[in-house]
Write a protein of this length. Structure first.
Lengths: 200, 793
């Protein structure tokens, strides 16, 4: 593949305001219950009582996730009609509403909860990387929405060269399965796992 | 794909709106309702983009919302992309980006109504605007004639914060009231009552460093401050906290909750029991004093009352702050071990924190407003500036005076001219129930200001864009009883966009227009440099609504003061007048025509400012506005006030830990073991957006319990629970979390009180169980001071 678009998310500084989630919803006119981008929380640690005091090592962080436009997308593999497809020119995973039969195989297959079933249309919708905005020379709405400018996008190899980042933090699925086009600035202590967060 | 989705969505809105109109409450003139529709047959109309600003009271911001309008309907919202080093892009937050859900909400009030059931029952009938104006004018006239103008109360309300149409603290309504003889004033706010009362006693109005100066700090310690959930739009203060963190400052957050601010920027989170912060600060001072880490030279030069040799004349022996901390007067040294047992913060942590604060220069100590909304909120407000003085951080770049972060002053826009209120009396904003039931008995010690006594109890309430009549006030069940009694308050006017819990107590209920339906104008200079905006309404006003100017103008006609009120100007001409008046003072201010061409004008670069710098440079020449002209750690004014009011123990002249009546040391803890707080949640601005479905999706209204407390009660995440104390009962969902201190529960403030047939609130409004118990000095609201029990339903 010549080009793969992806997102870089500075999760270390994300306060979980969910402006990206709401801006995305506003752009796509989504009903409650459908989110093309969502912000999820991860908590860890414990509390120990010591006399009348509490000692704690609890920490928590937020991560904004949309479709990760995976290099090896589970949704595309399981789609029986070919509606879910990977766009050749930029690797964006898109769904063709004319071919979607609403079987929701992709909903079950995606480890990131990206495809969203719309009960009104009987079809699946998802993040299309704001294809219309890209075509107009604009950035995706989530990138333009974050009040703290913590979401970036671009060709994933270039993003990684420029900003580094991991493709995994605790709370996310094992990246080896689908090779997400996502890089994350990890919150402190969030990547010490067997998969080391680099997907290798 | 987009036009299809948009059309479908609009058609759905009109279907929902149609259904709403047919349910009866708002029946009558549904033909008059303007419903946003876009015909599916028609070719797509062109999209225009109208710049607008957010007019919500999040505490700053006025962030930019670029409204995409098609066929007269706001179809999408975009935001600011102009990023300047001194003025980051003022991007709207999640609340601003969801404003379409509020604008086109099916529950918008659509026509004027009068009450037909018992007051508070929520039964209304549509009436004409003329009938509404006639009724209001007749009541104003009757009540003023019978009881005098002191009987008219303009209620605390902060729902509209646009500079022209604003409901707080005063605006168009107050101009009209002033022209018909005046009204009973209030002082203070539900946000900051104890803060605005107490801070001047120590600092005499000395300002803090501007918030953008935080990037110069090495250590930032936040006490009860959570801007990432409150002031987070790109135009808000939090932007600078994050920039300071990214610039390398270490950040420590002291909060009962692992707040989103702590999650995003804290290097360390120190959980603390609510209402005990002053004990922590006293112990930090103890460590600094006993280890000789404090800046004695600074204290000697700039402060009064730190130690015995710097007490003001007349202060008794052993009354200095140092004597109190060392236990000279009460025999209780305020050691880290003493504070540990009160605060729940380990003594080792307190020692380490004291050494770190004292040893790092510059350190920026910031207080939020959370800790002053408790029983003795006046105390910590003065304790942190004391610590800032002890560490010599006041007047220093990257430091600060321990208050709220400052803004920058610049051109002040001339507002709507209010005239003068002939009534000089004012009460604390929180104390209106007392002014209703026994206003004439209130005296100075009860918080009455401006007069020795009132001539009348409150007999009429004008509530424009506010929800403190019920929802945001303490002890709702107490307030309801008072308001429901028509022999007490004889007339209640509410003007709002939704049927809020407060609106249900209206006698006449007027439908307001929302921000996108009117021309907002103003300036905002709190944190991002000066910014001027003139943003016209994006769409035609919806339904049979009227803005506050038109309402007041029509009432002025009925009351015979129309010419005096309007001075012959339309609203647009008033706005032009405000610009011209501003230009008389500041000729560089843009002309009205320029503003019309450039709806949003940002400032040129301005450097961060250091508060109290001139005082620090020369304290003799540049005195503070305290009696001594110095920083008064011991305030003789407070000493006298405490004596005069018989509140010496509760309102001491130095910042002390005063155990709260419902705090961790209260005997009531046996019965109600959990301390309940109600933080300002990111999905609402106070009570605004509670009915916004996209915001409910952002964060469902729920109580949060620590996993240990939940396990003890057999509660799992997502269970429905009952919360109760002697004042009320709530049923709500429970979130089980690690991110809150054991023994503390959190029910975010602002959910709309919704009683079932037994009076149980099934929405989760914390004020169902908060106490109406004004603080000793400010007579302010102590709404984080609650003991409760929680059980699985």
């Amino acid at each position: 593949m010549s080009k793969q678009l992806g997102f870089y998310v500075n999760s270390a500084n994300c306060a979980g305001c969910k402006t990206c989630q709401v801006a995305c919803k506003d752009r796509a006119n989504l009903e409650v219950g459908q989110l093309y981008r969502k912000v999820v929380k991860h908590e860890e640690g414990d509390w120990v009582k010591k006399g009348n005091a509490w000692v704690t090592n609890v920490t928590a962080y937020w991560l904004s996730v949309s479709c990760n436009h995976c290099e090896n997308p589970a949704c595309v593999h399981v789609c029986p009609t070919g509606a879910m497809h990977k766009r050749a020119e930029d690797g964006v995973v898109m769904v063709d509403p004319d071919r979607c039969v609403g079987c929701q195989s992709c909903v079950w297959a995606c480890p990131y909860d990206a495809p969203q079933y719309n009960p009104e249309s009987g079809k699946v919708g998802k993040c299309d990387f704001c294809a219309d905005r890209l075509a107009d020379g604009k950035r995706p709405v989530c990138v333009d929405a974050c009040p703290f400018q913590l979401i970036s996008f671009g060709e994933i190899d270039k993003l990684e060269q420029e900003k580094g980042g991991t493709r995994w933090i605790r709370g996310l699925a094992n990246p080896n399965r689908t090779m997400p086009a996502l890089r994350i600035n990890p919150p402190k202590g969030a990547i010490n796992s067997p998969t080391r967060g680099d997907g290798k | 794909m987009r036009p299809d989705l948009s059309r479908r969505s609009f058609l759905k809105w009109s279907a929902v709106l149609g259904a709403g109109a047919a349910t009866g409450v708002l029946a009558g003139s549904s033909n008059d309702l303007l419903v946003p529709t876009a015909s599916a047959d028609k070719a797509a109309a062109p999209i225009t983009v109208t710049p607008h600003v957010c007019a919500m009271n999040c505490g700053g911001g006025s962030c930019v919302l670029n409204l995409e309008v098609q066929d007269g309907v706001v179809t999408r919202i975009d935001t600011d992309q102009q990023d300047l080093a001194w003025s980051p892009a003022q991007r709207g937050c999640q609340r601003g980006r969801s404003m379409r859900q509020q604008l086109y909400h099916p529950d918008r009030l659509k026509q004027p109504m009068k009450r037909v059931g018992k007051r508070g029952e929520g039964k209304f009938e549509p009436i004409t605007w003329d009938e509404a104006y006639t009724t209001i004018a007749a009541n104003l006239d009757r009540i003023i004639k019978k009881y005098g103008n002191q009987a008219i109360f303009y209620h605390y309300a902060s729902g509209v914060l646009s500079p022209v149409f604003k409901s707080w603290p005063t605006g168009i309504v107050n101009r009209l009231l002033n022209q018909i003889g005046g009204y009973l004033n209030y002082y203070g706010t539900y946000s900051s009552a104890a803060y605005s009362f107490a801070a001047p006693y120590i600092l005499g109005g000395g300002s803090n460093n501007s918030v953008d100066d935080m990037v110069n700090s090495r250590l930032i310690v936040l006490f009860a401050d959570n801007p990432a959930e409150t002031r987070l739009g790109g135009g808000g203060q939090y932007q600078w906290y994050l920039k300071a963190k990214q610039a390398g400052a270490k950040v420590i957050v002291i909060d009962p909750r692992l707040s989103d601010t702590a999650k995003a920027i804290a290097d360390e989170w120190i959980p603390i029991r609510p209402t005990t912060d002053n004990a922590l600060i006293n112990a930090l001072a103890y460590v600094m004093i006993t280890e000789n880490l404090h800046d004695q030279a600074f204290l000697d030069k700039y402060c009064v009352g730190f130690d015995e040799s710097h007490l003001p004349a007349g202060a008794p022996a052993n009354s200095s702050f140092k004597s109190y901390v060392l236990g000279a007067a009460d025999g209780v040294p305020k050691t880290p071990a003493w504070a540990e047992s009160i605060t729940g913060v380990p003594a080792e942590t307190i020692v380490r924190l004291a050494r770190e604060i004292a040893g790092t220069k510059p350190t920026c100590l910031i207080q939020g407003l959370g800790w002053q909304r408790h029983a003795y909120g006046e105390q910590p407000v003065r304790a942190l500036p004391t610590l800032a003085a002890m560490t010599g951080n006041i007047g220093r770049k990257g430091g600060g005076n321990g208050t709220r972060p400052g803004g920058k002053s610049s051109v002040s826009l001339t507002g709507f001219p209010l005239g003068t209120n002939p009534v000089k009396a004012s009460i604390s904003c929180f104390q209106w129930p007392d002014a209703i039931t026994h206003g004439t008995e209130l005296r100075a010690k009860d918080g009455l200001r401006g007069v020795d006594k009132l001539d009348s109890n409150i007999k009429m309430i004008w509530n424009y864009a506010g929800n403190t009549l019920i929802n945001q006030h303490g002890d709702i069940n107490h307030a309801k009883k008072i308001l429901a009694d028509e022999s007490l308050v004889e007339f209640i006017l509410v003007h709002d966009i939704f049927m809020t819990p407060s609106a249900k107590f209206a006698d006449i209920l007027l439908p307001d227009r929302s921000s996108f339906e009117r021309t907002e104008m103003g300036r905002d200079a709190t944190s991002q440099g000066d910014r001027i905006f003139y943003t016209p309404g994006a769409i035609e006003p919806l339904y049979d609504t009227r803005d506050v100017y038109e309402v007041c103008l029509r009432l002025a006609e009925k009351l015979g003061v129309a010419d005096k009120f309007s001075e012959g100007r339309t609203m647009e001409q008033w706005q032009q007048w405000m610009v011209e008046e501003t230009r008389k003072k500041t000729p560089t201010f843009p002309t009205f025509e320029e503003l019309k061409k450039n709806p949003i004008i940002k400032s040129k670069e301005t450097p961060p400012t250091v508060g109290m710098a001139t005082f620090i440079a020369d304290p003799v020449k540049n005195k503070l506005a305290t009696p001594s002209g110095l920083i008064e750690i011991y305030s003789p004014q407070l000493a006298k006030m405490g004596q005069d009011w018989g509140l010496a123990a509760e309102l001491p002249p130095i910042p002390k830990y005063v155990p709260a009546w419902e705090g961790p040391e209260s005997p009531l803890k046996e019965k109600y073991p959990l301390q309940l707080i109600g933080h300002h949640v990111k999905r609402r601005v106070h009570s605004t957006h509670d009915n916004n479905p996209w915001m409910e999706e952002v964060e469902q209204q729920a109580i949060t319990l620590n996993e240990i407390d939940a396990a003890e009660r057999g509660i799992k995440d997502g269970d429905m629970v009952k919360i109760w104390n002697d004042r009320g009962t709530i049923h709500v969902v429970c979130r089980v979390s690690k991110g809150i201190m054991p023994g503390v529960a959190d029910l975010p403030q602002g959910a709309w009180h919704t009683p079932d047939k037994d009076g149980v609130d099934i929405r989760g409004c914390i004020n169902t169980i908060t106490k109406y118990h004004p603080t000793p000095g400010a007579k302010g609201n102590p709404q984080h001071t609650n003991l409760v029990q929680v059980a699985k339903l």
